[in-house]
Ligand binder design. Structure first.
Ligand code: PMP
Length: 404
């Protein structure tokens, strides 16, 4: 069954044929919709075309697909049972691992998606403070529930009425947002760096991170880090640990279990009581297989220094792309951490160059993205990146000859 045939069938039985962040209709025309299999840092689409993959399923795959240690842990748990009348012992082991690994974690709660964890974080903050307002950065993505989905279709203004926006990395703007919310601020929610789509990424200014911490303390509000996208790719201890800034609550998901569905909220002791008051749950939240996969993933990242491997591969990719772009006469910006990279073309406001180049990359067996950040995995070897760079070089050449 080809990609085109699958799309035609899907169009009849799935609204729009596909929806959400993996909807190929919102990428560039050459992107396949359906994928058949994956191994390490490679994926094969429904037409059998192979790609060296720099999207890692949009974040979840951090050790490479079908990593033996993770697969073995998941299979061992699956043989015992997955969705039971209560969590397996693995839930306690996983919570202990998170508490041991993450300095700001005194406890952990589990769910399925990043949106579950960010939503739960705001509930804990509101339960603890008895306040309603939440400060969040303009344009930041925190999930797809009505309070945070980027498209307002199907939502009501009321569902966002308690959000007050600030500009990322501007303490002045954060202070102004806080002032406009008076004494009603329950939480500040912030991503560890600015990774909004369609624009260059920006690392956090350490002074901003420290200022957000100080402001939350002054207000008696919770500082929430949304580490759903960056978690386990910058620092296993939490992405702001390097700046000496510890959050009260952290939302985790994506890379936590190498592709198995799980999310977590971790928090400090002072919020344990509030967390305990929530009624928050889901039929599949306590499935043991994903928890076993999460424990194996985090232990493997720790034992093998997976982040260092991603940093090496990401640096090789970034340096290679800079050299190629220059040789082909392009000025490019590469932004964000090397483990969560992105490239934009200077002056390419309508993205026409990026769309052409990423489409050419696809044709040369390299899967990356024209307007969303990419993700490295620990399975990208030096040889894989070198091979991918052969493809990107041809793509630069074709894009140069197309635009003259
Ligand atoms: N927060 C951030 C920063 C994210 O990147 C995402 C997912 N892209 C989410 C929250 C929501 O996670 P999920 O899609 O698993 O609900």
């Amino acid at each position: 069954m080809t990609d085109a045939e699958l799309r035609a069938r899907a169009a009849k039985v799935v609204p729009g044929g596909m929806y959400g962040h993996l909807n190929a209709a919102i990428f560039a025309p050459g992107y396949p919709q359906f994928f058949e299999r994956a191994e390490g840092c490679r994926q094969w689409d429904a037409d059998g075309r192979a790609y060296i993959d720099f999207m890692c399923s949009w974040g979840p795959v951090v050790l490479g697909h079908r990593h033996p240690r993770v697969e073995e842990a998941a299979a061992r748990q699956a043989a015992l049972g997955d969705c039971l009348n209560g969590p397996g012992p693995i839930m306690v082991e996983l919570a202990e691992l998170l508490v041991d690994t993450i300095p700001s974690a005194d406890w952990a709660m589990f769910s399925k998606n990043g949106t579950d964890a960010t939503t739960q974080a705001l509930m804990v903050a509101r339960a603890a403070t008895g306040r309603t307002k939440v400060l969040r950065a303009h344009g930041a993505y925190h999930g797809a529930d009505p309070w945070c989905t980027p498209s307002t279709a199907g939502t009501t203004p009321n569902e966002r009425a308690d959000l007050v926006e600030f500009d990322y990395n501007s303490l002045e703007s954060l202070e102004a947002a806080a002032a406009s919310a008076g004494d009603d601020v329950a939480a500040i929610i912030v991503t560890p760096f600015k990774h909004d789509s369609f624009e260059d990424q920006a690392l956090v200014e350490p002074a901003f991170a420290r200022g957000a911490r100080a402001l939350a303390d002054r207000l008696g509000a919770a500082l929430v880090i949304d580490d759903v996208r960056a978690g386990f790719r910058i620092d296993l201890r939490g992405s702001w640990e390097r700046y000496g800034v510890r959050p009260d609550l952290t939302a985790w998901s994506k890379a936590m279990a190498n592709g198995y569905p799980i999310a977590a909220l971790t928090g400090v002791d002072a919020l344990r009581g509030a967390a305990q008051t929530l009624y928050t749950t889901g039929s599949f939240w306590f499935s043991a297989v994903a928890m076993a996969a999460a424990k194996a993933t985090i232990e493997t990242l720790r034992d093998t220094d997976g982040i260092a491997a991603m940093e090496r591969a990401g640096t090789q990719l970034r340096e290679g792309l800079y050299a190629q772009a220059k040789a082909h006469g392009f000025v490019v910006n590469q932004t964000g951490p090397v483990t969560i990279p992105w490239l934009s073309f200077d002056g390419d406001a309508d993205l026409s160059v990026a769309l052409h180049w990423s489409d050419a990359c696809l044709r040369h067996g390299v899967y990356l993205h024209p307007w969303h950040n990419w993700f490295m995995s620990a399975a990208h070897t030096e040889q894989d990146v070198a091979l991918a760079l052969e493809g990107t070089d041809r793509a630069f050449a074709e894009t140069r000859s197309h635009f003259g």
